[in-house]
Design a protein around this ligand. Structure first.
Ligand code: URA
Length: 439
């Protein structure tokens, strides 16, 4: 079976059997397929889709494309959460230490920014010195010492997704249910988990913008977890505006540290609320707490008593970052960075935010990648000074852009300003958590 045979077959809309899917993933993992051949086949999969049998075969082939983790000697329930991707979507930075503070071990394998969305690894690398490139034995050591580890796929761990993720990002091949299911579940199932909570985003900043599509994705993700014996639940959450106060790598870490230090305001409250909701579900699925209410109360207690922050500090030390940012989060804000305000050009209510355009604008000034090999400027981003439904007057500041120069601001300022639509009627609030999908 040559790459050409497989590309031709999917190009013409035929179905693959398990061996063909495995041959493709083997070729991705052992380097025998060229990037252009991989891209051609993924694009054909994107266009023609995969049926359920092909989708399960892809999850399995990717999962076993490398080694899997075995934490059976870690004396705590193992769980994780994964998001399908959004703008300002930073809850992993709170959920991992918070769940650890509540007694759950979290071996979190995360990704980099994808399309217009941010990635946990990029956010973490904005912490001076922080190392996300852990070997599997280092992941285990960190997990045992502080209850959670945050790392990227190693060369040995789900190598196929590492390659496919970067090519899908660079070639506009992200918004496909089977490709997302295989990417997320191969990483998560390799972690040897007891429980998994998925945050499936819906709205104009999500890969699945309609609630219908988000439901389909959530159902397939949950079904894949069940197939592999992992207690899995999905939350469909709103992505019709950036989550919380900041979008941009260092800025998001700054927001999370402030939250874990007990400094929450109206704009960062949704970040805390969603983090608590998702962590509480982890606590119930692992049997650490009897019900959702008790689990939420436990999470709040661990934020208030500083337990989550202390876990994060310990983790930063172990992963070679600078733990003093926990005492002074302001250290993450680069001194030379320039701030430019976006102002309302008339009175009314913020009735729509084009969240994808916000994410794309941040990427365009270096906050994300346009090409797979691009570096990241951790300091740039947007401070959301208003949210959907807020009433504004002409001249009010609706957001602040953090960037390197006036010309950078000029490149994206108008797009960002236009991303915020101001209208005469207050829009109906749809809620942060829209639906729960259980196995
Ligand atoms: N997150 C992932 O890890 N993979 C995807 O394809 C989308 C979001």
């Amino acid at each position: 079976m040559t790459p050409q045979d497989l590309i031709r077959k999917k190009r013409d809309g035929a179905r693959f059997n398990e061996n063909e899917i495995k041959a493709f993933i083997d070729g991705v993992s052992d380097g025998s397929w060229a990037d252009y051949q991989i891209t051609a086949l993924v694009m054909a999969m994107f266009i023609h889709g995969l049926n359920l049998t092909e989708q399960s075969a892809l999850v399995r082939a990717m999962l076993y494309s490398g080694e899997t983790l075995d934490f059976s000697d870690v004396d705590a329930p193992k769980a994780d959460k994964h998001s399908t991707g959004g703008v300002g979507d930073k809850t992993s930075l709170i959920i991992a230490p918070l769940a650890a503070a509540c007694g759950v071990a979290v071996p979190m394998i995360s990704g980099r920014g994808l399309g217009h969305t941010g990635g946990t690894l990029d956010k973490l690398e904005s912490i001076p010195g922080y190392n996300v490139r852990l070997t599997t034995s280092q992941i285990k050591q960190v997990l045992k010492k502080c209850g959670f580890a945050l790392a990227g796929q190693t060369k040995k761990l789900v190598p196929a997704d590492r390659k496919l993720y970067a090519l899908r990002d660079a070639c506009a091949m992200v918004e496909s249910v089977p490709l997302i299911v295989a990417s997320i579940m191969s990483k998560k199932l390799a972690e040897g988990l007891d429980a998994l909570v998925l945050d499936v985003k819906t709205g104009n900043g999500a890969f699945m913008d309609t609630l219908w599509d988000a439901r389909v994705l959530a159902k397939y993700l949950v079904a894949a977890g069940k197939d592999f014996g992992v207690n899995t639940e999905a939350v469909i959450s709103d992505m019709n505006q950036p989550l919380g106060r900041f979008a941009g790598n260092a800025l998001e870490v700054y927001e999370c540290l402030n939250i874990m230090r007990g400094e929450v305001d109206e704009l960062s409250q949704p970040t805390l609320d969603l983090s608590i909701d998702l962590t509480a579900r982890i606590l119930v699925l692992t049997g650490v707490e009897p019900d959702f209410e008790a689990a939420c109360a436990k999470c709040l207690e661990k934020i208030r008593d500083g337990g989550a922050l202390e876990k994060f500090r310990k983790n930063i030390e172990l992963q070679k970052g600078d733990p003093t940012i926990c005492d002074d989060p302001g250290k993450l804000l680069e001194k030379g960075i320039k701030r430019f305000d976006l102002v309302a050009d008339g009175p009314g209510f913020i009735d729509e935010i084009d969240t994808r355009a916000v994410g794309a604008a941040i990427c365009a000034i270096g906050g994300g990648r346009v090409k797979a090999e691009d570096g990241i400027d951790y300091a740039v981003g947007l401070e959301c000074r208003t949210k959907l439904g807020d009433s504004v007057s002409k001249g009010d500041v609706i957001g602040t852009v953090y960037c390197r120069s006036k010309s950078q601001f000029e490149a994206i300022g108008e797009k960002l300003r236009n991303a915020y639509r101001i209208g005469g009627e207050k829009p109906k609030y749809l809620g942060l958590v829209r639906e729960i999908v259980v196995a």
